[in-house]
Design a protein around this ligand. Structure first.
Ligand code: AP5
Length: 218
């Protein structure tokens, strides 16, 4: 029997992967890993990885596989993942998926489920152009669907809310094209392993989460 389990949240930009992963991980008593958040943190801290990743992220392109892999591997091997993890935004290419399979074997983790949250482009545009994130704690809001109590201020920690540079119409379209070309093929890849479950991401946050909990058996 494997040491622990892993859940993957897959889906187009803005489908709610981060929102759901933040709810699911504590419910399962597992760590939450967001490669996007870790990359943005590296950019903020001006690390070598951050300097390299900045231009890719701002243009809506994927960072090179080896960069994403290194960040993922360091996080997954960390003590916080002892009881398992929920990862969102990874893997995003077939190459990353293959390397991820090999990594899971090395660290003796079992891939439990790949939760594929589906959402059409029209909805993605509404979700992403209205998204606001906290600079301090990373909490995510939406100006219409999930507004903070006080405009521009995080309910959780009082931090300042900001709009991501890649959440403009033009960059969102690039991200969606990149998703279709590079990441969409992963749906078939994980279907073949029998681990993929498709979820309708167009419902409200609570309904999507109920469906995910039902699938995860919690
Ligand atoms: P990343 O940060 O992972 O961006 P993404 O995949 O484009 O996903 P998002 O964070 O935009 O959306 P989400 O699905 O998490 O939605 P959220 O829950 O926030 O990656 C950013 C960049 O980093 C990439 O472009 C790439 O450059 C790089 N990168 C990351 N991983 C990489 C990898 N593996 N390989 C290479 N490069 C990588 O929700 C969106 C909004 O909708 C929020 O405002 C939220 O409040 C709202 N909302 C959520 N759910 C609902 C709902 N059910 N109803 C109404 N509103 C909702």
């Amino acid at each position: 029997m494997s040491r622990a389990v892993a859940y993957v949240l897959l889906g187009p930009p803005g489908s709610g992967k981060g929102t759901q992963a933040k709810l699911l991980a504590p419910k399962l008593g597992m760590a939450h890993i967001s490669i996007g958040d870790l990359l943005r943190e590296a950019v903020r801290n001006g690390t070598e990885v951050g300097k390299l990743a900045k231009s890719y992220i701002e243009a809506g392109k994927l960072v090179p596989d080896e960069v994403a892999m290194k960040i993922a591997e360091d996080a997954m091997k960390g003590p916080a993942c002892e009881k398992g993890f929920v990862v969102d935004g990874f893997p995003r290419t077939i190459e990353q998926a293959k390397l991820f399979d090999a990594l899971l074997k090395r660290i003796d983790f079992n891939l439990e489920k790949v939760l594929y949250i589906d959402l059409p482009l029209k909805e993605i545009l509404k979700r992403l152009t209205g998204r606001r994130s906290c600079k301090k704690c990373g909490a995510v809001y939406h100006v219409v669907f999930n507004p903070p109590k006080k405009e521009g201020v995080c309910d959780v920690c009082g931090g300042e809310l900001y709009q991501r540079k890649d959440d403009t119409d033009d960059v969102i379209k690039v991200r969606f094209d990149v998703y279709q070309k590079e990441t969409f093929p992963l749906i078939d890849y994980f279907k073949r392993s029998g681990k993929l479950v498709k979820i309708d991401g167009s419902k409200d946050v609570k309904s999507v989460f109920s469906e995910i909990c039902r699938i995860a058996g919690v």
